[in-house]
Design a binder for this molecule. Structure first.
Ligand SMILES: [Zn+2]
Ligand SMILES: [Zn+2]
Length: 365
């Protein structure tokens, strides 16, 4: 029996990031939630700001219902320590003191998609009354001192993993899911558009599945980090991305491409830099339509894969990170307390000071 005492006694109120409208947020005092049935209450250690958070904070996903209204607390890439187990949680193995990595999707557990393991596509999406949650999107997120969450959305981490690393489990799990969707084979040459944190993690995941080379296509200081991590790079502010990839692959193009940028023509660029019979996975969420070369996709038997978060890959990346096979430390560039969220958000969105992943720590001052 392990005993755990939280860093401080849990009071009835806590600080949370609260969105009041598009691009309008403040850190406010709110009520500490309780852990419901099959839920745990966690003291949040670190929350990574994600590209999706930027769109949610900007109000660009309001039509999708992210969020459904205001006030709203976002945050879905997080880590923490369980401080209370709700009804039935301890019986299922979740105890106060357990260190966990958290994720966004919580399938209902009963529909066909959940039954076949694709809970990120739950048929009961949006129905909290049926047990579905999408934390940090329409369900209350983790950008707060204490977060109540389904035990289906937390994963225990080993002692060898820091809680800062654990906050990168969600992003890493999506990277791994993307390269699995793209069917990466040993020896493949891959291309990744967008050398941000998601792209650098996807490139590493591709190496873990056996890719021989991964070409990062993007611009700015991030390409230096990509080069230092062992990727080939193409600066698309100076050269055409698809042409550059073809030049590096004997004119054929990559076996697979991953688009993490989803801006303007990047989905079409991903297709253009991929060879006959190649595979293209789209991680980023496009906000505008993009014309794709459908005849080429048909005649050259190309495969296109949408990637929505991940089903089940959090548990796969945890040992890869804790055993040093996936480097999340290099992509974690900044840490701020919750009280400095505005500065953290500016650092992330303006890519200040080489920013990749920026962590918020709600329980540090
Ligand atoms: Zn995210
Ligand atoms: Zn379901």
């Amino acid at each position: 029996m392990t005993h755990y005492s939280p860093a401080r006694a849990i009071s009835s109120t806590m600080n949370a990031l609260v969105l009041l409208g598009p691009n309008d947020f403040e850190v406010n005092e709110v009520t500490v939630p309780e852990a419901g049935r099959h839920e745990v209450l966690c003291e949040v250690h670190s929350v990574a700001i994600c590209g999706t958070d930027k769109e949610i904070i900007s109000g660009n996903f309001l039509k999708k219902g992210w969020p459904r209204g205001y006030p709203y607390t976002p945050g879905h890439e997080w880590s923490g320590v369980i401080v209370a187990a709700g009804e039935g949680a301890a019986e299922l193995g979740f105890h106060p003191g357990d260190r966990v990595a958290g994720t966004a999707h919580d399938g209902c557990g009963y529909c066909r998609m959940c039954a076949i393991g694709r809970y990120n596509l739950c048929e009961n999406y949006g129905h909290e009354e049926l047990g579905h949650h999408h934390y940090g999107h329409y369900s209350t997120g983790a950008m707060r001192q204490y977060h109540n969450t389904s035990i289906k959305s937390v994963f225990k981490i080993p002692d060898s993993m820091t809680l800062e690393q654990a906050a990168l489990v969600d992003a890493s799990s999506i990277a791994l899911h993307a390269v699995k969707r793209a069917g990466v084979q040993p020896g493949d040459v891959g291309a990744v558009i967008g050398p941000g944190a998601q792209g650098l993690l996807a490139g590493q995941a591709a190496f873990l599945l056996g890719a021989s080379r991964v070409i990062m296509v993007g611009r700015g200081e991030r390409l230096k980090t990509a080069e230092a991590m062992g990727f080939d790079v193409i600066d698309n502010s100076e050269a055409d991305g698809p042409e550059g990839v073809r030049e590096l692959t004997d004119g054929k193009g990559a076996h697979f491409a991953i688009d993490t940028a989803a801006r303007g023509t990047t989905p079409a660029d991903a297709v253009a830099m991929t060879r006959k019979g190649g595979r293209v996975a789209l991680i980023g969420v496009p906000l505008e339509p993009c014309v794709l070369p459908l005849q080429r996709i048909v005649f050259e038997e190309m495969d296109l894969f949408g990637v929505r978060a991940n089903p089940g890959t959090c548990e796969e990346v945890i040992p890869l990170i804790s055993e040093g096979k996936m480097d999340v430390d290099t992509v974690t560039t900044h840490t701020f307390p919750l009280s400095e969220f505005a500065a953290a958000y500016e650092t992330f969105t303006q890519r200040l000071d080489g920013a990749l992943k920026v962590l918020i720590q709600p329980n540090t001052r």
